[in-house]
Design a binder for this molecule. Sequence first.
Ligand code: NAG
Ligand code: NAG
Length: 364
Amino acid sequence: MRYYQNFLLITAVSVFLTVASACSNGQCRLLDECSSDGDCESGLYCFSCSQGFSGSRCVRSTITDQFKLLNNSLPFNKYAYITTHNAYAIDGYPLHTPVPRVTFTNQEDMITSQLNNGARGLMLDTYDFDGDVWMCHSFGGQCHDFTAFGPAIDYLKEIEAFLSANTEEIITLILEDYVGPSGLTKVFNDSGLMKYWFPVSNMPKNGEDWPLVSDMVTNNQRLLVFTSIQSKEASEGIAYQWNYMVENQYGDGGMQPGSCPNRKESSAMDDKSKSLVLVNYFNSMSSKSASCKDNSGDLINMLHTCYGAAGNRWANFIAVDYYKRSEGGGSFQAVDFLNGKLLCGCDDVHTCVPGSTSGACTPP
Ligand SMILES: *[C@@H]1O[C@H](CO)[C@@H](O)[C@H](O)[C@H]1NC(C)=O
Ligand SMILES: *[C@@H]1O[C@H](CO)[C@@H](O)[C@H](O)[C@H]1NC(C)=O
């Protein structure tokens, strides 16, 4: 009897689900309606972006690995990478100080999850705080109990674990650095990351190509670290970012359609003595509700604008807030677009024809 009742209940529930949505159980495709992540195909999750579409729909949650789809035999600067802005400023990050955190966030998942989903650049703000190096937002130029996220070592250990488990992947750390002498050297050493360190002496100084990704992998030099403190390049062997990279203005000033000015620390966008190009695209005040639209068509438009501003160079890094929020493809699609342009001149890396030299693109 009980068995029969359960059977009726299950039948009723499944009829209801079938009527409620056309797909479920991992069958829903991009932009299909969904009610939970489990409804969506792998690589997608169930999300609602009221600025972009009605209801909840499956949108992308992971990158396409361009090295696996094509190959890793080109120089590092011939590929594009998703970069999480303020990667450490995570919703619900465990509290490490005695007072509640009163500050904004820029991401929603832990570093390990960001990396697993395909982030390969992480922007991090490092401070001397509480006798150690911490990840923190500043308030009045200083880290405080109420703006601190956590000790840097915890974040760096997540990165170490990822590099150790994913032996063909490369991670770039871009530090807004407020740490005194030798603080970073100590914490990088303590985290076990020094064995992956890419030496400054191998970085191109005059706009030449970077080493091949395949060589970086073979040599296990898979961690690039850039600091904002010039003197650390000589004193600690940490690359000074502005010797190697140009960046557009961050925040609202970088979101004006049709304009891609450099931020003041960077040389001009079209300075080709720096081989790497980074495009920032996020609001001055981080905004969850705006980010799904920002990370979609608006971002791709800005990539075109910055291509022109950078002397006809496609970006290598795009830095965004809430990188998984989108109207469908978001920052993942933007990086597929860039890799398509960089690797084969097509609008999507999926349409590159492996080995083709004719610039042919297969229809998506
Ligand atoms: C680096 O870390 C190792 C342990 O992993 C430690 O023995 C050594 O003293 C550290 N060196 C520096 C300069 O901090
Ligand atoms: C790797 O992929 C690029 C882009 O499609 C192509 O130009 C290059 O010839 C490929 N190299 C090898 C060794 O397959």
